[in-house]
Design a protein around this ligand. Sequence first.
Ligand SMILES: *Cc1c(COP(=O)(O)O)cnc(C)c1O
Length: 364
Amino acid sequence: MKIMPNRLDRGFSKYQKEFEDKALDVLRSGWYVLGSEVSSFEEEFAEYTGAKYCVGLASGLDALWIAFRLLGIGKGDEVIVQGNTYIASVMGITINGATPVFVEPDEHFGIDVNKIEELITDKTKAVLVVHLYGMASRMDKVVEICHKHKLKLVEDCAQSHGACFKGQMTGTFGDIGCFSFYPSKNLGAFGDGGAIVTNDENLARECRIFRNYGSEKRYYNKVVGANSRLDEIQAGLLRIRLKHIKDLTNERVCIAERYTRQIKNELVKLPSLVDGATCVWHQYVVRCEDRDRLVEYLNAKEIGTIIHYPIPPHLAEAYKYLGHGEGFLPITERLAKTVLSIPMFNGMTSEEQSYVIDAINSFK
Ligand SMILES: *Cc1c(COP(=O)(O)O)cnc(C)c1O
């Protein structure tokens, strides 16, 4: 049996008719950018997250860098962020000229809340929390630290649509929550897309202006902005996916729970939940000291896997200028050598899961 790490076609065929009808509606409407689909999606997504406002943007990376731009964070400022993240989190900081200050993760792949305070200097302006793999981070502690030190709090929720900490949805704990709707994300579009959510009316308005060349009224430009608009087709299709997000998330939770119950191999360490948090299982990430041999073994059985991520941002060529070498973040670097995402996608069949479970259980 051939199993790919992800199957976006399955997510499409599940609601094919609804997607096709919506796409045709938008095509026939004659209105393609910043229209009623976008504003309806913004309202519905804000309501879903529990935030007051949502502003649709062109990508998750745009959501991140525009968030820091609107918060006035730039050259000379430091932002604390976990070392084990997708590089876009860090680019959101550095595009503005600010400096990322890396902190090691905890046992659940999230920011280690006990190591944040020791990194705070008089240049620290914000903390960026990444709810990696769909697992909500320990937000009570992060919020407390940000209040105490008067730091801005931004959340990277590109992988955590719907994940909660103590009943509150990720993205709503701080100043701005940043989302991506890249096709493979839990709430995925059929192209690029992103959004911010916030409870701050001013930030929401400034973001609406910024995404459209800095203009509120056509041809009256207040600031030098960007062209970062979510388009009508993507917004319309996202509304369909959003309508089904509870079922989609539930399906992933069931797959994850079965993996956790049935994978039994002392060479393979399974992920565990943060106390008080829920996980929407963007990825199901196991750890294995002999990871590369496990990858080969699964490949031979036609089971595809992905490493999220093989090179931590501080060791990427792009960030050589920060001057951090190998050994700077031992926990992060260890994870890069041992993590492995096994197949996890909406529409995965029970037989496919059994095949993956049996394969991993017989790895020696
Ligand atoms: C996907 C992702 C992003 C970037 O989102 P794009 O829409 O691809 O720009 C940022 N952060 C994390 C953690 C991601 O997984």
